[in-house]
Ligand binder design. Structure first.
Ligand code: SAH
Length: 341
């Protein structure tokens, strides 16, 4: 078993099960996530016999780096996992610190028409350790601390809920990577019952919803998941989430030229979101070779933005990172597959 997949609570239970004191879990966490040792033998405040036992039962595996592309403010990483599957993570340098975008699955089953990741069906969930591993591997390469994490890479995090929640517990733990709840964002295409469960999750992360359309007829065409969980259900669960958590929710909206970027779409979106504690993040579409959608023209993005503003909806336009280095989710991985064919 990979030790990076254990939450502190899991490790406490493990130590108790072998007749050891549970505070050993805290010591192990400090070694793994603060001192960042790479072998169990370095855990010098544990007795030699215990270290040997741990070394027999656990491994410390990080994903291995296959490719790194570096631009001024963005770096893209392609990792290989122990079964030779590939995943991506993206590092972004903001004024306020470093953030990384991690993948949650190998492939994705959601099939959003505009998304590169969805072209490759889900092969498997990522293990908790493989998500923690993306953060640790990048910190190790750059020798800098990562301040925030967005779960917006390949995969639908709420389709791999258990492992994703344990990942959040580990990176947020005061003895773990100490990434504050407000510095962790989970983005979902809108799996309503899982969002409902998130309301009671004790770590109050940021929630982002990939909406991308103001009505069901358009959203059905772009995102097949909408047939299972239509917009009305998403809005209702987001309202409930806000009422219970008092947290502002992000609504993500990719602007696709002549598809969802008209002024009337903006007005319909404003009407849908009226009175809710949300803000809209407009995402200039990152074009890919395989998909016919185009990015909206600059003037259209501005007009959409202005319309929402006039309707008193909080809105920002996402800064574009790394279109030069295929930073849109899934693009590096699918390039690699092409090279292999
Ligand atoms: N499955 C989750 C998280 C992964 S996708 C979700 O749907 O939210 C992360 C975000 O990137 C989503 O908002 C997704 O719609 C968006 N996205 C996908 N392909 C994109 C592209 N080519 N350009 C811009 N954003 C894209």
């Amino acid at each position: 078993m990979n030790l990076y997949g254990y939450t502190k609570e899991n490790l406490e239970a493990y130590f108790e099960s072998i007749g050891e004191k549970k505070f050993k879990a805290t010591q192990v966490f400090e070694w793994l996530y603060q001192k960042k040792i790479t072998t169990i033998n370095e855990m010098s405040n544990l007795k030699k016999e215990l270290r040997e036992k741990l070394a027999n039962e656990f491994e410390l595996n990080l994903p291995s780096l296959i490719k790194r592309q570096v631009d001024v403010d963005v770096e893209k990483y392609l990792f290989e996992l122990k079964d030779q599957e590939h995943i991506e993570a993206v590092l972004m340098r903001h004024d306020y610190g470093l953030s990384i975008c991690v993948s949650s699955e190998v492939g994705c089953n959601m099939g959003c028409r505009f998304c590169e990741s969805g072209r490759i069906k889900k092969i498997r969930n990522l293990e908790t350790s493989e998500m923690v591993g993306q953060v640790l591997a990048i910190e190790k390469i750059i020798q800098e601390r990562i301040d925030s994490v967005v779960i917006m890479g390949i995969g639908e995090p709420l389709d791999n809920e258990k492992n994703v929640m344990n990942f959040i517990r580990i990176i947020n733990d005061a003895k773990g990577l100490q990434i504050g709840a407000r510095h962790i964002t989970l983005s979902t295409c809108g799996i309503v019952p899982k969002i409902e469960k998130l309301i009671d999750f004790p770590i109050q992360i940021n929630l982002a919803i990939s909406l991308h359309a103001p009505n069901d007829s358009l959203r059905n065409q772009l995102m097949p998941i909408n047939k299972a969980y239509p917009i009305k259900d998403i809005i209702n669960v987001v309202k409930k989430y806000i009422a219970k958590t008092h947290r502002r929710v992000t609504i993500e909206y990719i602007l696709l030229r002549n598809v969802n970027d008209s002024i009337s779409d903006a007005k319909e979106l404003a009407k849908l979101l009226r009175g809710m504690n949300v803000y809209v993040n407009l995402i200039p579409y990152n074009e890919t070779n395989h998909i016919e959608f185009k990015k909206s023209k600059k003037e259209q993005i501005n007009a959409f933005y202005d319309t929402l503003k006039k309707e008193h909806i909080s809105v920002t336009v996402r800064r574009e990172f790394g279109s030069n280095i295929s930073a849109a989710c899934g693009q590096l991985r699918s390039k690699k597959e092409e090279e292999n064919n």
